[in-house]
Design a protein around this ligand. Structure first.
Ligand code: NDP
Ligand code: 2IT
Length: 450
């Protein structure tokens, strides 16, 4: 058995039943195998064994009262994975599917993503198996307050700085910030993704979607191509999907789809962005409402999805931007995309493509931007928010957007150059994993066995 396989076997024995976490670990470890053979200090220093074990895992009870006066209980998590490069940084996810495996996979990916940005941020992730759907604003507030009543003791502006993820946006960040301030009496940059009225950064809301599209643009430029006129499939209808669609329009592309957990909208002449924002950001309704305004659009409900795939990937397009959730694009979706002429896939979500789907794209040599590189714009702009908070400054939208572009260019260059250096030109999965790993590993070695 190889060293890598032994490490994975040991991990499966000591942390059983965490399939999403194993999936994320296997992908990274398989990429770095050649590096481990050529740099003996990584094995001697047990870098891999230390990297796959979080520095600290916090799990807690979140009791809260619903509008009927009944007490509900959820499970809360904060996984402080790796602080070699800076304070733990990563979002909070509120979704019924949240468990230790999901939060660990997200925290593990975050370590390398944050390293690729070149900024001083470590990796962490948290959340709860709370389902915000159908909950009143008062219930959301009570849940967020209860969640923060435990979380506050574990976080701080120089130790661990959470932000949003699925189910956590500016509203939830506001309620959590208010509770943190009330308990600690401190007004400080302990969360990012804050409202622009009280410490948030311009362009943070847009950053992940915009950043993913900038990344796609750089991938295409390296191939002598551009986004102009390209038909693009986008999945999701939340923060990342919405602002990916917006930036695609800015750059002359035509986004023709979006989706939520109940169904997909396909609109050949291009998604109506104002309507999408109104349905999802303002009214928090189902995408199905889209066809009430646009009878020329199609709505395919989840019940009608092909059994082994997802409707959103079955339309003809030049490019695909999965921006919803993990494993939302499987191998049959990947094959359908390729058959329909798709030559670019950019992951706005975290680990949206299954391992087999990723292998299919790499083998086809299309432009494939893995999530840990392509969606790094969100966390990078969170770090810009931290910098503004710490220096008591507010930068303009243009300043933040210019920095975001530079950071995405850096992420693309380092992944692309590293892939070429290690003999797999164009393979950004490989390049991103090796480049991210090297930065964290070298920092860990310099900081000793901690
Ligand atoms: P939102 O909660 O704003 O939106 C999530 C979207 O995905 C919604 O349309 C939701 O549908 C859909 N979705 C979520 N879970 C599922 C599921 N199990 N099946 C089908 N559809 C689902 O989240 P974000 O846009 O912030 O996050 C999307 C992805 O991007 C996630 O993978 C996240 O980790 C990643 N990401 C987010 C960043 C950020 O800054 N926000 C940064 C980097 C990555 P519905 O509305 O019906 O729930
Ligand atoms: O997955 C991610 O990078 C995020 N959800 C954003 C994290 C952050 O700290 O802004």
């Amino acid at each position: 058995m190889t060293y890598i396989h032994q490490t994975i076997t040991d991990l499966k024995r000591t942390s059983p039943s965490q399939c999403e976490f194993f999936q994320a670990v296997e992908e990274v470890l398989e990429s770095i195998e050649p590096l481990l053979e050529s740099v003996p200090r990584y094995k001697k220093q047990a870098i891999i064994q230390r990297m796959v074990e979080p520095e600290r895992q916090i799990m807690f009870r979140v009791p809260w009262m619903d509008d009927n006066g009944d007490i509900q209980v959820n499970k809360g998590y904060r996984i402080e994975f790796n602080s070699a490069l800076g304070p733990y940084k990563g979002g909070l996810r509120f979704h019924p599917s949240v468990n230790a495996s999901i939060i660990k996979f997200l925290g593990f990916e975050q370590i390398f993503k944050n390293a690729l940005t070149g900024l001083p941020i470590g990796g962490g992730k948290g959340g709860a198996n709370f389902d915000p759907k159908g909950r009143s604003d008062a219930e959301i507030m009570r849940f967020c307050q209860s969640f923060m009543t435990e979380l506050y003791r574990h976080i701080g502006p120089t130790t661990d700085v959470p932000a949003g993820d699925i189910g956590v946006g500016a509203r939830e960040i506001g309620y959590m910030f208010g509770q943190y301030k009330r308990i600690t009496g401190r007004y400080e940059g302990v969360l990012t993704g804050k409202s622009l009225l009280w410490g948030g950064s311009l362009a943070r809301k847009e950053a992940t979607g915009y950043g993913a599209v900038y990344f796609a643009k750089y991938m295409l430029e390296a191939r002598g191509d551009s986004l102009k006129g390209k038909t693009c499939l986008v999945s999701g209808a939340g923060n990342v999907a919405t602002y990916a669609i917006e930036k695609l329009y800015h750059l002359g592309a035509i986004p023709v789809s979006c989706s939520d957990s109940r169904g997909t909208i396909y609109h050949e002449k291009g998604i109506d962005l104002d309507l999408l924002k109104d349905i999802k950001e303002v009214r928090r309704k189902s995408l199905k409402e889209y066809i009430e305004t646009h009878s020329d659009a199609q709505y395919i409900s989840v019940a009608d999805y092909p059994e082994d795939g997802h409707a959103v990937w079955r339309f003809k397009a030049d490019a695909a931007f999965p921006c919803a959730t993990q494993n939302e694009l499987c191998v049959s979706d990947a094959k359908a995309l390729l058959e329909n002429g798709c030559t670019l896939v950019t992951e706005g979500a975290n680990m949206p493509s299954t391992q087999e789907a990723v292998d299919t794209f790499i083998e086809a040599k299309i432009a494939f931007g893995p999530g840990k590189a392509a969606n790094a714009g969100g966390v990078a702009t969170s770090q810009l928010e931290m910098a503004q908070n710490a220096s008591m400054q507010n930068w303009s939208f243009e300043q933040v957007d210019a920095k975001l572009k530079d950071i995405m260019k850096h992420v693309f260059n380092i992944a692309n150059d590293t892939a070429a250096e290690f003999g797999q030109p164009g393979n950004l999965v490989f390049g991103a994993n090796i480049a991210g790993f090297k930065r964290v590993a070298e920092a860990m070695i310099e900081q000793g066995a901690v």
